[in-house]
Design a protein around this ligand. Structure first.
Ligand SMILES: [Zn+2]
Length: 103
């Protein structure tokens, strides 16, 4: 899941920031290269929820959820696809994020 968490910073105090949590083990996925995003392809045109998993947790998820023939993307690729679908202007957005972080 993607969630907002409070991140403490000694200079700025508490800051809310998004992070990805593994839907299998519950721990934070802090490297997109070590994550997969699963979805049910039979629900893809009806709003299939994205399931975030550490790559090592993908096997246990598939073993536990054999009721569906899952499709998946590497998390790093999924984020690029999401940014493209959201028409993200990466340079502009990064500049904006830096500006907001400096407040
Ligand atoms: Zn995990």
């Amino acid at each position: 899941m993607i969630e907002f968490v409070v991140k403490s910073d000694s200079d700025r105090g508490a800051v809310h920031c998004p992070r990805v949590r593994c839907d299998e083990c519950g721990l934070t996925i802090d490297d997109a290269n070590w994550g997969n995003v699963y979805y049910d392809p039979n629900r893809a045109d009806g709003g299939a929820p994205a399931i975030f998993l550490h790559k090592p947790c993908s096997r246990s998820f598939e073993e536990r959820r054999k009721d569906v023939f899952w499709s998946w993307e590497e998390m790093s690729v999924w984020f690029v696809q999401l940014a493209s679908n959201a028409r993200l202007d990466r340079k502009r957005s990064e500049a904006r994020a830096r500006r907001l972080e400096s407040l």
